[in-house]
Write a protein that binds this ligand. Structure first.
Ligand code: SF4
Ligand code: SF4
Length: 112
């Protein structure tokens, strides 16, 4: 669930507002988005992925944290970093590790 918007890092680009599928944010007068509908968050991480300045933190739990101030700042924007989005980052797909592919004959194709 979205937990943090770092005002000092935000450049008021509105990308998080635009990508959020459930309209969790509202524009504020300062330009820093406000979390107005916290309970509508779907924990989809899209806002964090799109934020160009790593100003957002979505916690993997789908329920609110008792106190977002306990969040270690090094986790803010980490999802985007792991995706490899952002200038100078290694694309996450190059680093992804999956199960080893089976060797030998391919299994027979299913026929109708
Ligand atoms: S995690 Fe998804 S649903 Fe929640 S605020 Fe971000 S974009 Fe919206
Ligand atoms: S995407 Fe990031 S920089 Fe842009 S408005 Fe949202 S929090 Fe601010």
């Amino acid at each position: 669930m979205i937990e943090l918007v770092l005002a000092e890092a935000c450049i008021a680009c509105d990308k998080c507002i635009d990508v959020c599928p459930t309209s969790v944010f509202d524009r504020s007068e300062s330009g820093v988005p406000e979390i107005s509908r916290h309970s509508d968050c779907q924990t989809c991480f899209m806002c964090e992925a799109y934020c160009p300045t790593d100003a957002l933190y979505v916690h993997p739990e789908s329920t609110p944290l008792p106190d977002p101030r306990i969040i270690d700042r090094q986790h803010v924007g980490r999802y985007r970093e792991k995706l490899g989005w952002g200038r100078g980052r290694e694309p996450g797909a190059r680093l992804a590790i999956g199960p080893e592919l089976p060797k030998g004959q391919l299994p027979p194709r299913l026929s109708r």
